[in-house]
Ligand binder design. Sequence first.
Ligand code: PEP
Ligand code: MG
Length: 418
Amino acid sequence: RLLRILAGEETTRRTLPDNAILVARNLGPADLLEYPAGALKGLLLEEGSAASHAALVARALEIPCVGRLSGVQDRLSEGDIVIVDGETAEAHLRPRAHVIEAARSRLLIRESLRADIAGLRHLAAITLDGEPITLLSNAGLVSDAAALDATGADGIGLFRTEFQFMVQDKLPGLEAQTALYTQILDAAGDQPVTFRTLDIGGDKVVTFLQGGREENPALGRRSIRLGLDRPPLLRLQLRALLRAARGRELRVMFPLIASVDEFTLAKGLVDAECDWARRRGWALPSILRVGAMIEAPALLWHLEALLAQTDFVSVGTNDLMQYMFAADRTNPSVADRYDTLSPPFLRALAQIHAACAASGTPVSVCGEMAGRPLEAFALIALGFRRLSAPASGIGRVKRMILTLPLARAEKLIAPLLT
Ligand code: PEP
Ligand code: MG
């Protein structure tokens, strides 16, 4: 896309010119939500890596984003033309005419590819040898529910509830939370939705909920730890979820569970909320399933105990990678140093899959890797049959699945584990 540049972080948000690109040092995950839908056509960040939450939100909003452009703010001025290629993670500053021409023809090719993928929307994702794969979508915004139909996803495998908290400056009350969850469930219709409880902390900052500054927020009081330290906060959310799902299926999972005890405690709060609702004569969900995210490596050595308690689990590979390799997912100089397809990570995934198969626990993978065809190929070859990916990855992964000879893939993956 050939676009104009607005330099600086304090752009006047509601008065963007057409085809505006934003340049900033870094953005918080919620900052992009402040711009009118469709107004921003590109994003250049001096910091920020592909797995940072600002990048995740940009991907959800389909805004091409390139990070790690050190010094880019100084090299551009307002009105400059830039090509932002989110797919190759390249930005061309003030390109010459022939570069613009080349970009135009790449765009045309990609658009026809996209049309091709859109044509697969109504096809089931089945491998060449007939194995069906469930392809779900990651979501966090109301607008994502509308995108379900456009992507042809089989449901929402990860709904990031914290986004609602990140876009305002006070706690959303019971009514507001219930209204959002109801809207999402209504939009999904018969398709399943898995709500993840608040995953605040790390780079997902919600100032009105967090205490003081932490030296090392990714390892700090984030996620389920915050919820367990402040039970009324988590209970309010669970109450909203139970209300929104009365008479239908509710799937809830807890983020960053690092010990079985944490899951037991969190599940106890669900039970307490169910009792509370029952005492008041409120209708309950017709089916209630409670799961855990596998994101903390410690769980790998306690899977049997965990799986005995969970109705399902989902592997959050973004965080699992960061903690396994001790590499901050938001720090551009280390985030891409380690590989999801390296033996240790593949073996961790194989181990999780084997434990889930042995205990009969449904398992999905919901990190970004599930939306990239090569990595999705590896996941399926390892045995995973449920993938939850950003909306932008679903069509590409489906195209891969439709041409995948699974039996061969399974043979190919084995040596890679060592
Ligand atoms: C993950 O960690 O892989 C995940 C899906 O959760 P988030 O990216 O929201 O931390
Ligand atoms: Mg995570």
